[in-house]
Structure formats: structure tokens, C-alpha cells
Design a protein around this ligand. Sequence first.
Ligand code: MN
Length: 131
Amino acid sequence: MSDELILIVEDNLKSRKLVRDLLQVNGYRTVESETAEEGLRLARESQPDLILMDIQLPGMDGIEALRHLKSYPETGSIPVIAVTASVMTHGRNELLDAGFDDYQRKPLEMKSFMEAVKNLVGKETGAEPTT
Ligand code: MN
């Protein structure tokens, strides 16, 4: 068990609950937002060990949110996993090129998802903040 904090940015209630339950069962603490804008605020405030970023969000999308995260010194080195169902419009390479540390498709495959989380949680990305 661990008590690392993971920020879940996801507008879909069912997806958010699934991810929350899965992470909490595995011993992680969670903080959540339904929008990118709120997620950015929470990331700066709560300094999570990992961020799970839905790509399709109302308002700002997950890719734009990642740019903002990487531009702040306080959040620039937090690893971020993209979570998306939109494989037609956002392919794996596009997401990794955008700067995400990993990528998971919805519906989530639990084993693969938890491996991705364990692999990245608490690790700094090594990316230099752009500011
Ligand atoms: Mn969504």
C-alpha cells in the first residue's frame, strides 16, 4: 500500500468513479476534477504524484491542459497519463509527442492501467519547466 496522491481529471461520472475506486483499492489517495481548468488549479494546490488526464473535456481539452501543466514550475515535472477513447482523432504518437508520459484507452483495461500508474507514480518526468 502507498499513500501517494493522484489527480483524476475526468468529466464522465462513471469513468471517474471507476478510476477512483480502482486507485483507492490499490492504496492511493485521489483528488478529482471534472474540468481541465479546475484540474490545473488542483494540480498546483495539491501537488499530486501523478495526473490522469482525460483528453475530451468540456472547455479546455486535455492536450491544452498538459501544455499549461508543463509551463508551470510547480507542476512541470509531475508525470501525466492521457486517458482517451478518441483513438481516431488522438493517436498514441500524437499524445506522446504532446508530452504525455503514457497513454491509456477507455474502456480501461485494469491490469494495464495499474501497471502504467505504478510505473509513473512519484517519478519526475525530467522535463524542464518551460518557464
Ligand atoms: Mn471526457
